[in-house]
Write a new protein. Structure first.
Length: 72
């Protein structure tokens, strides 16, 4: 699982460097969803990290909450 976790973190870092600057700062949460996923991958089992990251992305909408939402 460590190889898969490392692969996902590298993909997220590529997104942060290559795609995110073009999209702009539209984040409702601190930390951003990509940083949240990296933190979750480092803190939790792979499948739990993916699950809570997907939930976080689903919550990110114009009618959703905002502010600090760290990994629990």
């Amino acid at each position: 699982m460590k190889i898969i976790r490392t692969f996902f973190i590298k993909i997220i870092r590529l997104y942060q460097i290559g795609i995110s600057p073009w999209i702009g700062n539209n984040c409702r949460y601190v930390p951003t969803c990509s940083n949240y996923m990296i933190l979750a991958l480092k803190k939790f089992h792979f499948f739990k990290a993916i699950f809570i990251s997907i939930i976080r992305i689903i919550k990110c909408n114009p009618w959703g909450p905002y502010g600090y939402d760290g990994t629990k």
